[in-house]
Design a protein. Structure first.
Length: 194
C-alpha cells in the first residue's frame, strides 16, 4: 500500500531538512533515534516522586511503561494490517535518515505512538511531568517526518492511536492501588516507599 495524499507535504518537509544546516539535521536525527529515552527518564522521575504519595499515584506511575507497551503492541498490529511502505522508499527523496529496509512499514509510526502513550500516561500519573512530556511527544512525531521515514499521516494517526488507546489504560491504572498497598508490606517496600 502506498499513500500520496500528503506526499507534497512530506516532500516539502524533507526538502526543508535537506536545505537545513547539517548540525540541525544531526540534532533532529539524534532526537528522532534516541529521544524516546527522555520518556524513560520522565518515568523514573514520576516513580521516584510517587514513592512518597498514595497507592493510587504509585499504581499510575508503575503502569506508565505497561501502557506504553500495550500501545506499541496495538500500533504494531495496525502497522502489519496496512503494510504501507516508507515514503523514502516510494517517493525516492533525499532524506536525513537512512531509509529503513523494505518490509519495515510506516503506517502508523511506532515512535509517535509510543511517545503519545508515554505522554498521556505521564500526564495522568503526574501532571507537572506530563506537561513536559506532551510537547516532547509532538516533537518526536515531527522529527520522524523531518528525517524522512514517515508521511505526516503516519505520525498523526500514531499520535491519535497513542492517546485513544493509552488514555483509558492510564485511567484504569489507578485501580491497581490495592496491589500497591499489598506490595508495600513485602520486600518490594523499598521500591515503593521513601
Amino acid at each position: 500500500m502506498t499513500s500520496q495524499f500528503d506526499a507534497g507535504l512530506y516532500r516539502w518537509v524533507t526538502g526543508l531538512a535537506h536545505r537545513a544546516p547539517v548540525p540541525l539535521d544531526d540534532a533532529v536525527r539524534c532526537f528522532s533515534d534516541y529521544g524516546l529515552g527522555i520518556f524513560a527518564v520522565m518515568m523514573l522521575v514520576v516513580w521516584w516522586r510517587a514513592r512518597s504519595a498514595d497507592d493510587a499515584r504509585m499504581a499510575a506511575a508503575l503502569c506508565v511503561p505497561l501502557v506504553v507497551v500495550a500501545v506499541f503492541l496495538v500500533n504494531d498490529g495496525v502497522k502489519s494490517v496496512f503494510a504501507e511502505q516508507r515514503p523514502c522508499r516510494t517517493l525516492h527523496t533525499v532524506t536525513v535518515e537512512t531509509c529503513p529496509p523494505l518490509g519495515d512499514y510506516a503506517f502508523p509510526s511506532n515512535h509517535s505512538a509510543i511517545a503519545a502513550a508515554a505522554a498521556v500516561a505521564l500526564l495522568l500519573a503526574a501532571r507537572r511531568v506530563g506537561l513536559y512530556a506532551v510537547p516532547v511527544a509532538l516533537l518526536m512525531g515531527a522529527s520522524r517526518v523531518w528525517v524522512g521515514v514517515h508521511y505526516p499521516h503516519d505520525v498523526l494517526a500514531a499520535l491519535a492511536l497513542g492517546v485513544v488507546v493509552g488514555w483509558p489504560l492510564a485511567l484504569a491504572s489507578r485501580r491497581g492501588a490495592p496491589v500497591v498497598a499489598r506490595l508495600r508490606d513485602t520486600r518490594a517496600r523499598a521500591l515503593l516507599t521513601v
